[in-house]
Design a protein. Structure first.
Length: 134
């Protein structure tokens, strides 16, 4: 990603993205839902309750609070939707989407995780869990 005031063009699996200070400032602003702290990584377990199926309501409540504390609840409830692939925030959104999916996969049983692995967006993962267990 480019630092403020600079512009770079990079090619990745999402195509060519022009990175300007607008998407970087979203990642640098701790109040932004796109902000990821140094301690935020894919292996983090946000909650001690692991979803096994029958405990969905409790797990959902605890996980919702944890995601809200991380300012990521908007990704699961659809308020922060996937931008167009040509949007400057697409790469940043994709990074956050993958991170939140990873956090969910870390706190569900292996059997449930296996069923979620090929769902592309966190809003679809969240909806799938609700539809199956609520």
């Amino acid at each position: 990603m480019a630092r403020r005031g600079s512009t770079t063009s990079s090619s990745n699996r999402f195509g060519t993205l022009d990175s300007t200070h607008s998407d970087q400032s979203q990642m640098d602003d701790y109040e932004s839902p796109y902000f990821l702290d140094n301690g935020d990584h894919p292996t983090v377990s946000l909650v001690s309750h692991h979803l096994t199926g029958g405990n969905y309501n409790t797990w959902n409540r605890v996980m919702s609070m944890a995601l809200n504390a991380k300012n990521k609840l908007g990704f699961v409830d659809g308020i922060i939707s996937c931008p167009c692939a040509t949007d400057l925030l697409f790469g940043t959104w994709s990074l956050c989407n993958s991170m939140v999916i990873s956090w969910i996969l870390n706190v569900v049983s292996k059997e449930i995780a296996d069923n979620l692995l090929y769902i592309d967006t966190i809003v679809e993962v969240w909806r799938d869990l609700h539809d199956r267990f609520h």
